[in-house]
Design a protein around this ligand. Structure first.
Ligand SMILES: Nc1ncnc2c1ncn2[C@@H]1O[C@H](COP(=O)(O)OP(=O)(O)O)[C@@H](O)[C@H]1O
Ligand SMILES: Nc1ccn([C@H]2C[C@H](O)[C@@H](COP(=O)(O)OP(=O)(O)O)O2)c(=O)n1
Ligand SMILES: [Mg+2]
Length: 222
């Protein structure tokens, strides 16, 4: 945006976007609940896993490496994932995003902060018992190479060792909204809805003013 100003152009986006990170173990229902948030609150859903799977199917230079990593239940190098997210945000006209399945490691988180130069406004955590997550993943039926017993077991280990520290980090920052992710999809969404209803009314307030400082957004969710 500094470059844009030097060239005398009007920066495309004067107001910083509203960013929600959506976290939770494999099968905790992130994608399912994101679809409901999109429908009810007009967010743009960016699934890190979907962006990576698109790279595999479009035969990009990193495709083979990404496929191997996903099959092993490991985490793709952060610069690859962050660049895909950055491209998706910049090519969108929306100013509110759900970034689903990211950051999965502290290194993911720090790389995002370094490249994007911002923190998320809020973070959702879908907290689900392991046996329920395994049951859901194994009956997902989307033809995913990682939806098998072996990979899900590895993914749960990676989740506990690498993603829980990220969740604790945002909890300490007061940005974490923990959802008890058991019950029907609709029951779970009734825990999600009040959070975004509060976000919506605050965004309306700031849309009428400058919203130049995202730190002004302090959420008190009922
Ligand atoms: N509350 C729920 N109860 C039962 N099954 C669910 C629930 N929410 C999602 N599912 C199913 O579980 C699987 C995993 O959900 P998904 O949204 O893909 O989770 P994630 O993105 O966290 O891996 C999908 O097949 C989905 O239809
Ligand atoms: N930040 C991320 C997100 C996903 N990945 C890779 C590794 C993950 O096991 C797979 C699948 O992620 P995805 O979010 O689609 O998986 P779930 O919806 O949680 O089942 O993608 C990654 O390497 N880095
Ligand atoms: Mg998902």
């Amino acid at each position: 945006s500094v470059l844009n100003q030097e060239k005398g152009r009007i920066p495309k986006k004067e107001k910083p976007p509203f960013i929600t990170f959506v976290l939770g173990g494999p099968g905790s229902g992130k994608g399912t609940q994101c679809a409901k948030i999109v429908e009810n609150f007009g967010f743009t859903h960016l699934s890190a896993g979907d962006l990576l799977r698109n790279e595999i199917s479009s035969n990009s230079e990193n495709g083979a490496m990404i496929l191997d990593t996903i099959r092993e239940g490991k985490i793709v190098p952060s610069n690859v994932t962050v660049k895909l997210i950055q491209r998706a945000i910049e090519s969108s006209d929306n100013d509110k995003f759900l970034i689903d399945g990211f950051p999965r490691t502290e290194e993911n988180r720090r790389t995002y902060e370094r490249i994007i130069g911002a923190e998320p406004n809020i973070v959702l955590f879908f907290d689900c018992p392991e046996d329920e997550m395994v049951k859901r993943v194994l009956s997902r039926n989307q033809g995913r190479v990682d939806d098998n017993k072996d990979t899900v077991r590895k993914r749960l280990e990676v989740f506990t060792s690498l993603n829980l520290p990220v969740i604790n980090y945002y909890s300490q920052k007061g940005k974490l909204y923990k959802i008890r992710a058991v019950g029907t999809e609709d029951e779970i969404f009734e825990q999600v809805r009040p959070i975004f209803a509060a976000v919506e009314s605050l965004l309306k307030l700031y849309d009428d003013s400058t919203r130049s400082n995202k730190d002004l957004l302090i959420f008190k969710v009922p």
